[in-house]
Design a protein. Sequence first.
Length: 319
Amino acid sequence: MTDELQPKATEPSSKTPTPVVPPVAKIPKTTKMLPSSLPLSTSDASEIMGASITRLIVLGGPQNSGKTTLLGSIYEQYQKGSFAGRQLSWCSTLLGFEQVCHEGRINSGRQIPETLRTSRQAGKQMYHLRLQSLQSKKEQDLLLTDVSGEEFEDLRNFGEGIEQLSILRRADHFTILLSGDRIVDLTKRHQAFDETSTVLRVMTEEGLLGSRNNVQIVFSKHDLTEAADKKLKCADFLHSVEEKLTAQFDSAFGSLKFYRISARDPSGQQIEAPGVDALLTDWTDIRRLMSTSVNSGLQNSSLVSGIDQFQCLRTAAQR
């Protein structure tokens, strides 16, 4: 009788219990996803261009001319505060800029600042800045990208790789960097000028650049040319380069200007980024924003995409 009242031992189950999976929370429609902060693809960049007045700046030049260094220098100036009459309002590519700047910082472990180089294999990567004018409080978006050193050399060699640079047809500004370390080398300075002239001629003949584009010739690493000026007469050579390129191309573009910059001083003794503020002011000059595209770009659908047409019409309506 006693045995009948004892509870029977439960035999262990041979089945593994099914884990309870919590339901996946649905993202409300009103929730905004934060950007990845990596460099933008062309499709991601098109969304920015379609949503706001945007300037597209393309940097070009041979390897080690300072293109990526210039990108990082502009970003780092805005990390410190306002710069060139503007302050940083938003950036969709913070991580991308941080990757560009890391090699030039103390915590990278390097004795001398360096910058990651742009590779052809990386494809077109765009960096975004939204700047607000300290005076008018108006905001303006900038998209910046560069032509790799390999692509630039291909252009110099009989215009190879032209089809990969169609983005230049949509650029507000094309900025070529001529490095100071080649200017101070008497065996390389004339070759550097010839390369710049050849690339501009090829781009013009192939229709990549024209009256719709603003072109800047930037003498980078100008601290080197200044230091060697008395001995090598660098200032005279730069002046002759300006005269020759102006004679060749002044009427070919919407504008042609020349700048001298030192985006980074390895010695740390110079004022930070001298000359970069003037270049940035040129890029953000709203008075020339897509002015030639409004007048001529819409007439040629092969040169201007639907997004560009929308942007041109929007810009024209606000002028």
